[in-house]
Design a protein around this ligand. Structure first.
Ligand code: SF4
Ligand code: SF4
Length: 368
């Protein structure tokens, strides 16, 4: 109930101020917190620890955010998805251009640099071009990742989705922020835990997460509040014991992520009066080892309309990869580059939210 009210308030603010104004305001709140703490900038912190400059290397992961429509509206969603986000959806043109770039990369000497196509959203499976993309990409021999919210497997019209994913050997990376019903429903909505368990059972029945099947099922944890993700390996053991014991569910690996101080989680921090403390926690937990392995170094993030970013977080803050400087700067899109390797060695666009990726054991779409 509380989450419903918060979402309604957020959507009302979005309508009143517009996305860009809210993003600017949110950035200022993070910056005020850092200023109050006397904390240096993210760049300065990286430089102090000998991990600057931050530059892109050859892209290994091509991550397409295929659209923001989702059958859920979780309280910590960093992309602010919901059933109302119907406009922001990748078209067939966008998907075809992504496929062209992937094919060109595979045809490059040495087989190119991209090893994985990571499809995210929203609920990516609900985009009308999702299955086309998977079918066309499958012959390229890339690892194909579906970032699945589990409840989508029970949506009307998706009865054959598990079979489709299994047939194309798609790796399923599924969100389940806790093994307790109360915590999951608080963060993701009433009844989501039960439906997620049902979805996991469907995946297990198709061979996902079952040893020797070749069908990979990973789960994603994120904290239920303003604290860092604990050790991934310890948490994985607890998840395996709890989900296996209570529901007979198996999976391969657990990926533990920090909550980034952006979008709905930033709203949550502001409402709790906890932004300064959380930013302080992130800054004080800076881990230079994690900074060496930031996902933005080898991930290319593509928005539903083809604009290019260093990561999905920058995408939500509209910090695109740009060409030119100052007023003449232009956001690059998939139609502006002839090859994915064109983007290697460009500087990464970092800002105060980036402390979320370097805190504690580090955090990325691939876990710690
Ligand atoms: S399921 Fe994922 S994309 Fe959908 S609202 Fe929740 S966090 Fe956002
Ligand atoms: S938020 Fe993005 S750009 Fe910043 S450190 Fe994390 S992955 Fe890199």
């Amino acid at each position: 109930m509380e989450a419903d009210t918060e979402l309604k308030e957020h959507l009302a603010a979005l309508e009143a101020s517009g996305q860009q104004a809210l993003t600017r305001e949110e950035r200022l709140k993070r910056q005020r917190s850092l200023d109050a703490l006397g904390a240096p900038s993210f760049y300065a912190t990286c430089a102090e620890h000998g991990v600057a400059p931050l530059k892109r290397s050859a892209a290994r992961i091509f991550q397409l955010n295929i659209g923001l429509y989702c059958n859920q509206a979780c309280s910590h969603c960093h992309v602010e998805s919901s059933p109302r986000r119907t406009a922001e959806q990748a078209s067939r043109d966008t998907v075809d251009r992504c496929l062209e770039l992937l094919r060109a990369d595979r045809a490059a000497p040495g087989g190119g640099t991209i090893s994985a196509l990571d499809i995210t959203g929203g609920a990516p499976e609900l985009n009308t071009n999702f299955r086309y993309l998977v079918e066309q990409a499958a012959p390229l021999g890339l690892e194909i990742i579906d970032r699945c919210n589990l409840t989508v497997l029970l949506e009307p019209g998706q009865e054959d989705l598990v079979d489709f994913l299994a047939r194309h050997k798609v790796r399923v990376v599924a969100s389940l922020p806790c093994y307790s019903e109360g915590n999951v429903d608080k963060q993701r909505g009433r009844g989501v835990f039960d439906r997620s368990i049902e979805g996991l059972k469907l995946l297990n029945a198709a061979g996902y997460g079952v040893e020797g099947s070749g069908l990979q099922l990973d789960l994603v944890y994120n904290p239920g509040g303003a604290f860092l993700a604990p050790s991934q390996s310890k948490l994985e053991a607890a998840y395996k014991s709890e989900l296996g014991g209570a529901y007979g569910i198996g999976f391969n690996s657990l990926l533990a992520l920090n909550n980034m101080p952006i979008k709905r989680f930033a709203d949550f921090l502001t409402r709790q009066g906890a932004m300064k403390d959380y930013m302080g926690l992130l800054v004080n937990s800076f881990n230079a080892g994690a900074a060496e392995h930031l996902m933005c170094r080898d991930t290319l993030s593509v928005r539903w309309d083809g604009v290019l970013y260093d990561c999905d977080f920058n995408q939500q803050l509209d910090m695109a990869i740009e060409e030119g400087g100052g007023k003449a700067s232009k956001q690059l899109t998939i139609w502006d580059v002839s090859s994915i390797t064109d983007l290697a060695s460009r500087p990464i666009r970092c800002d105060n939210h980036c402390f979320g990726c370097t805190a504690g054991s580090g955090s990325s779409c691939q876990g710690q």
